[in-house]
Each structure stands twice: as C-alpha cells, then as structure tokens.
Design a protein around this ligand. Structure first.
Ligand code: DQA
Length: 146
C-alpha cells in the first residue's frame, strides 16, 4: 500500500468561506479538501487531510506525516509567523514538504512577512487563493515522481 500524502491546516482555516472572504475567498475547507482528494486519487495517492487550531496537535500531525506519509503540504496559517515548534517539527522529517497560503503574506501586514516555516520546507506557494492548494499539490506530486 502506498503511503498517504498529508495536508495539514492551521488555526482559523476551519472558517474558510466566511472568514474575511475578500482575502481568503468563498471556498470552504471542505471544498478545498474535495479538490485535493480528487487530484491525489487520480495520481494514485490517498490523502490525510487535517485541520487544527492547536499548535501542539499540528506538531503531532507533522511527526505522523514524517513517519507514515510520503509527503506533506501545510498551511500553518497564523503559526507561520510565530511557531518555532512547527519549524523544528518540519526540520525533523525527511519527506518533502510544501508550505501553502491562500493569500500573499508578503503583500500584507509587516508581521506576516516573517515565515518560520519557509526556512524548513522544500518550497512555498502563496497568493493564488484556493488554487494555491492545487498548485502546491501538483508541486508535491512532481517531487514524488523524482
Ligand atoms: C494564511 C496567511 C496567514 O498570514 C494567516 O494568518 C492565515 C492564512 C493564508 O493562507 O493566506 O490564517 O496562511
């Protein structure tokens, strides 16, 4: 059995669709999950799709992805800009990892310009709304081919 791809989502992303839609769009996290599930399936992979508002739980999920998964995509949301624990967890796994954001944090408030996550992942995709997830997943699938 092929190992699953993990897609992890951080705090407040459970509110997508109603949360600041002018920034994050109207698609819900379930819409995004359905699209990712279909794309993963057509590439022959199963998907573990998680969301948590709790930093330590996200660390647990990253460790699980490192042990049981084939690759990881993560939108750490606000923890992007604060979490050394998530940085360290990503550094600690050997599978490829993609950081993804709906918005373009570099264009927003100055506190969003620092990402503790970018330094620990294979690559980052941001600024394309829900399509960032599709693009990120394609990037991860390409990495898994090589
Ligand atoms: C976000 C960007 C973060 O700055 C913000 O805290 C989020 C969402 C994005 O997907 O654009 O919650 O990660």
């Amino acid at each position: 059995m092929t190992k699953p791809i993990y897609i992890l989502n951080g705090p407040n992303l459970n509110l997508l669709g109603q949360r600041e839609p002018e920034i994050y769009g109207y698609q819900t996290l379930s819409d995004i999950e359905n699209d990712c599930r279909a794309a993963a399936k057509s590439a022959g992979y199963s998907l573990e799709f998680r969301q948590s508002n709790i930093e330590g739980e996200i660390v647990d999920h990253i460790q699980e992805a490192g042990n049981k998964g084939i690759g990881l995509m993560i939108n750490p949301a606000a923890y992007t800009h604060t979490s050394v624990a998530i940085h360290d967890a990503l550094k600690g796994i050997k599978v490829p990892s993609i950081e993804v954001h709906l918005s373009q944090p570099a264009k927003r408030e100055s506190f969003r310009r620092r990402s503790f996550v970018s330094e620990a992942v294979t690559g980052t995709i941001s600024g394309f709304g829900a399509n960032s997830y599709n693009l990120g997943l394609q990037a991860l699938l390409n990495l898994l081919k090589t």
